[in-house]
Write a protein that binds this ligand. Structure first.
Ligand code: ADP
Length: 198
């Protein structure tokens, strides 16, 4: 199995790259999606979050009230660390479960937005970082429905391009067109993935 860790700041184009890699046959494991799954109603994850933060982080229907939880952890690093201590191990365990059955020659792409922030670069054979100019990212995130202020706040809360580049084996530049990105993904597949598979 070739394990690829895919990361990049919000709006850089990770989902777009993982879709292109999936089209080449990679198995994509999406950490954000798993992070939602492990806190669905009825999960031990949600029970643990409620035990830690109280019933105020639930909606009337008993699901996780994400804005309420975000408000609790946003300005409180210790609270965020307690939340991470619940969620990150669950995400890692579920991710491992999802790849337990893939064939030996599979290419597994882990889309991990916070790969650098959570110190996971060492878990992969190749770390791929998607970059785009911050102003381009803001514009794309606004098109995706975020307010400009929200987009900028989220970018500022994440690792910097320099920090991500420091752990990158490959940097994909997505400041240009989708076609230019696709060409880079194609080259990456031919030059780094195919040879690594032997
Ligand atoms: P991430 O997963 O890193 O947050 P996405 O892949 O969702 O980023 O890309 C952010 C937004 O920008 C999406 O709406 C996506 O469709 C769009 N997008 C991605 N790459 C390009 C590009 N090269 N040109 C124009 N829009 C793009």
């Amino acid at each position: 199995m070739l394990r690829i860790g895919l990361t990049g700041g919000i709006g850089s184009g990770k989902s777009t790259v993982s879709t292109l890699l999936a089209a080449r046959g990679a198995t994509v494991v999406d950490a954000d999606r798993i992070a939602r799954e492990v806190l669905e109603p009825g999960t031990p994850g949600l029970d643990a979050v409620v035990a830690e933060f109280g019933g105020g982080v639930l909606t009337d229907a008993g699901a996780l009230d994400r804005p309420a939880l975000a408000a609790v952890v946003f300005a409180d690093d210790a609270a965020r660390a307690r939340l991470d201590a619940i969620v990150h191990p669950l995400v890692r365990a579920r991710s491992a479960e999802l790849v337990a059955d893939v064939p030996a020659d599979a290419v597994v792409v882990n889309d991990v937005p916070l790969l650098v922030e959570t110190g996971q670069a060492g878990s992969y054979d190749l770390v791929v970082v998607v970059e785009a100019d911050p102003e381009v990212r803001v514009a794309r995130l606004v098109t995706r429905g975020l307010t400009e202020a929200d987009a900028r706040a989220r970018i500022a809360a994440q690792a910097t391009d320099e920090q991500r580049r420091a752990v990158a084996d490959v940097v994909l530049d997505n400041s240009g067109t989708r076609e230019q990105l696709a060409e880079q993904v194609e080259r990456f597949w031919e030059e780094r993935v195919v040879p690594a598979l032997g």
